[in-house]
Design a protein around this ligand. Structure first.
Ligand SMILES: Cc1ncc(COP(=O)(O)O)c(C=O)c1O
Length: 377
């Protein structure tokens, strides 16, 4: 049996990893500034993470949500504390798309409405409603197409006001990434996020902060949206949450009422996934990784802005986009093949830096030196 061929892959077989270093089968060492797509939050094979998961697996790996699973409550308690949202409740699932799917469903249940506002270049996942709210027709199957999603230009306050004036009473939710990832590291402005908050309050709609990529401490704030100093009604999260162990979730404001069967999942919140997520939060707190992401990220961004061949540097903390001119589109590939550095990309020519939150200034310097070499080559 062959694999269903949907991923363009690099011919590299990684067999070992530690911190922000990975090794291929031939023993070649690579620097990982991609974090497996913003997933590796506390570094590969962190000893506390490996120990916590191993101990959990030796006791019990899985049982369904039909029994008490105390580690879910421990995770919720730690998450509430570190995110500053102790009064929110937590629903656990398995991925970013599933988190957004549940966030949108909950908004619709809560309001009794159908319409959702999403934005140009948004990416919210590949399942039915999440993909319908994703601005990429190539991945929306005919069965996912719906008139219920209204796409507006990103950061366009006039367009948002006009949409609410026209459909306000029909809008269940506004869903927005604090910093668009797939869309090329584009930040929602503070005034735009505040306007979303006030219009959602005025019209009784739900503000969903898609924090799947930009959240979990990556920007220095636990949820990047909170930079605007207004709270969302629902925060969706996944990637960095389990440092590679599949887990997602939504943090839900107190005004939402739960009832049995409203949401549900077989695997979500299993013992092993929760152990992974607890270990991640232990390390984020113990090693002060929010502050590290903010300071190393600020250093990296400042230094990147000094490269005159770079068109624009965007982002915050350790979610950084380096916009290159077309003639330098090969730089990302060269960084991998010649300098053995993994980075991410966004169309058309943006290098995405999404490393573990505990990278050091020395690692940032290694990348800056390599980029300088590539830009001069
Ligand atoms: C902002 C955002 N939302 C949702 C998703 C979907 O997450 P997943 O691939 O875990 O379903 C992604 C994945 O890249 C994302 O970047």
């Amino acid at each position: 049996m062959n694999l269903f061929n949907v991923y363009p892959i690099n011919p590299i077989n990684i067999v070992k990893a530690e911190g922000s270093t990975v090794w291929d089968a031939e023993g070649n060492e690579f620097l990982d500034l991609y974090g497996g797509h913003a997933v590796i939050s506390i570094g590969h094979t962190h000893p506390h993470y490996v120990k916590t998961i191993t101990e959990q697996l030796n006791n019990i790996g899985f049982y369904s949500n039909s029994i008490e699973i105390p580690i879910q409550k421990q995770l919720a308690q730690q998450l509430g504390e570190i995110s500053g949202k102790a009064d929110y409740t937590l629903f656990l699932c398995n991925s970013g798309a599933e988190a957004n799917e549940n966030a949108l469903k909950l908004a619709s249940f809560h309001t009794g409405r159908k319409k959702v506002i999403a934005f140009d270049k948004a990416f919210h996942g590949r399942t039915s409603l999440a993909v319908a709210a994703t601005d990429n027709p190539a991945i929306v199957a005919p069965v996912n197409q719906t008139d219920n999603i209204i796409f507006l230009p990103f950061n366009d306050e006039e367009a948002l006001l006009a949409a609410f004036a026209e459909y306000g009473d029909e809008i269940a939710a506004v869903i927005i990434e604090g910093i668009q990832g797939v869309g090329g590291i584009r930040e929602a402005s503070v005034s735009f996020l505040r306007l979303i908050r006030s219009l959602c309050d005025q019209y009784g709609s739900v503000y969903i902060a898609d924090s799947v990529q930009c959240g979990y401490g990556r920007t220095g704030d636990f949820y990047s949206h909170d930079y605007a100093q207004v709270e969302a009604d629902i925060y969706s999260m996944a990637k960095g949450m389990g440092n590679g162990f599949p887990i997602g979730g939504i943090a839900i404001a107190p005004k939402f009422k739960a009832s049995y069967g409203l949401l549900g999942t077989t695997f979500g919140g299993n013992h092993l996934a929760c152990a992974a997520a607890v270990a991640v939060l232990d390390i984020i707190k113990q090693d002060n990784l929010l502050a590290n992401a903010a300071s190393v990220g600020a250093y990296l961004i400042d230094e990147l802005k000094k490269f005159d061949k770079v068109q624009e540097v965007r982002g915050r903390g350790l979610m950084v986009g380096i916009d290159l001119p077309t003639e330098l589109a090969h730089v990302k590939k060269d960084l991998l093949l010649k300098n053995r550095i993994f980075t991410g990309e966004a169309k058309p020519n943006v290098i995405r830096i999404l490393p573990a939150l505990n990278i050091t200034k020395e690692i940032a310097d290694r990348f800056l030196t390599a980029l300088d070499e590539r830009l001069k080559a």
